[in-house]
Design a protein around this ligand. Structure first.
Ligand SMILES: O=C(O)C1=C[C@@H](OP(=O)(O)O)[C@@H](O)[C@H](O)C1
Ligand SMILES: C=C(OP(=O)(O)O)C(=O)O
Length: 413
């Protein structure tokens, strides 16, 4: 896709997809509750895939979670605890994304799961559930530094384990807002839980049919923040559907982007973004992405383009997402004069010299966020996005919205 900007400020209203994180939790909870409606489901591939696989599971022996982490992890817990028999697979990349922490915890709960290829990775074989004979709740420990999705998956199914579950989280925990989102949605659907220090106790209270409306996606909004940051002076954009009281940790994009001259105003339904002068205290920026890993690519690209050096930590989980996002960022930023380098254990610095956009080709690595994080560079010069369709994972309308906002988009031949 060739992408370019005709000049002048960016203005208007852009439609966001609904959050795939909220939707994919609500779909699991709805399936367990046996009723209720989930409204504002997006057409994001990950959401539609979750819906289809949940509907197909009772009569299907092989399910394919493709490249969707939440689908793979949440369905693994759902299929295990509901005693499903069959195989759950995924793309070649999914077969490199670890799942052992979740499988071990589910085995402890009586699930019979085996690895079909590499130990610790999908595809998985499910052979039903051995009923536990406990009087009280099951007890499990889980480490929280690889993926929070294992914890969310186990928590959502825990009301359906005999006696519920006491889950102790060990070591550092990443992506914690996603665990909080899981707990908040479980409570909406009638679950009974409490947190005591590092332990979460979930009672065996089944979910109730509940109506839930999914909020717009703050991670998708992050690309509009970068567009406003990189566009000519006077740019502004309205994003309907976002709430000030959000369950999504990626709402943090608002405070991160304030450092790059984007001001957020909450409206009765949504937000308004406006470009304002850069703050004077941008000398030593230090951002920790432990709680919002999906924002790292967006912020790295904006920082490099504006030549505002930023020290970044909390990037560990980026190596095991849709691609190795650290390596992908390093390669793609270098094409423009940007640089992301490790400056100490787990500490990275993004900076640039002579950042120039002039017809480079951005490779996308099967990663929607690589395509969307780099697209705003088209405001600074023409560029080509190698595989634009990757955005369908979370934001299928992304290119249409850019065209609507005034970008010239042309299929690459
Ligand atoms: O639970 C979720 O909905 C998600 C959790 C995060 O993953 P990790 O917990 O693996 O960091 C995030 O990166 C992903 O896009 C969605
Ligand atoms: C990491 C992501 O997704 P998932 O883990 O659900 O595949 C993402 O959307 O950035």
């Amino acid at each position: 896709m060739h992408l370019s900007w005709p000049g002048g400020p960016l203005r208007g209203t852009a439609q966001l997809p609904a959050s795939k994180s909220e939707a994919n939790r609500a779909l699991i909870l709805q399936a367990l509750a046996g009723g209720g409606t989930v409204s504002n489901l997006s057409d994001a591939h990950d959401t539609q895939l979750m819906r289809r696989l949940l509907a197909a599971a009772p009569s299907t022996a092989v399910l394919d979670a493709e490249d969707a982490g939440t689908v793979m992890r949440f369905l693994t817990a759902y299929l295990a605890i509901t005693g499903w028999r069959g195989q759950l697979t995924g793309t070649a990349r999914m077969q490199e994304r670890p799942i052992a922490v979740l499988v071990s915890a589910l085995r402890q709960a009586g699930a019979r799961i085996t690895y079909l290829k590499k130990e610790g990775f999908p595809p998985l074989e499910f052979a039903g559930l051995i009923a536990a004979d406990t009087g009280g709740p099951g007890e499990t420990e889980m480490r929280g530094d690889i993926s929070s999705q294992y914890i969310s998956a186990l928590l959502m199914l825990s009301p359906y384990q005999p006696g519920g579950l006491r889950l102790r989280l060990t070591g550092p925990v990443g992506s914690r807002p996603y665990i909080d989102m899981t707990l908040a949605l479980m409570r909406r659907f009638g679950a009974d839980w409490m947190v005591e220090g590092d332990t979460i106790r979930v009672g065996p209270t089944p979910y109730q049919p509940t109506d839930y409306t999914v909020e717009a996606d703050w991670s998708a909004a992050s690309y509009w923040y970068s567009l406003v940051a990189l566009a000519p002076a006077g740019s502004e954009i309205t994003l309907p559907g976002l709430r000030e009281q959000s369950l999504q940790g990626d709402q943090a994009i608002g405070s991160l982007m304030a450092h790059f001259g984007v001001q957020t105003t909450f409206l009765p339904d949504g937000i308004h973004l406006r470009q304002v002068p850069l703050p004077a205290d941008n000398e030593q920026l230090f951002f920790d992405f432990t709680n919002c890993p999906d924002l790292a690519q967006t912020v790295a690209v904006v920082a490099a383009t504006l030549a505002i050096p930023v020290e970044m930590t909390g990037l560990e989980s980026l190596r095991i997402k849709e691609t190795d996002r650290i390596a992908a960022l390093q390669t793609e930023l270098a094409k423009f004069g940007g640089n992301l380098r490790e400056v100490g254990a787990g500490r990275f610095r993004v900076e640039s010299t002579g950042f120039t956009v002039d017809k480079q080709m951005v490779d996308t690595y099967h990663d929607h966020r690589m395509a969307m994080a780099f697209a705003p560079l088209a405001l600074r010069g023409p560029l080509t996005i190698a595989a634009p369709l990757v955005v369908k994972k979370s934001y299928p309308r992304f290119w249409k919205e850019l065209a609507q906002a005034g970008f010239t988009t042309r299929e690459a031949e």
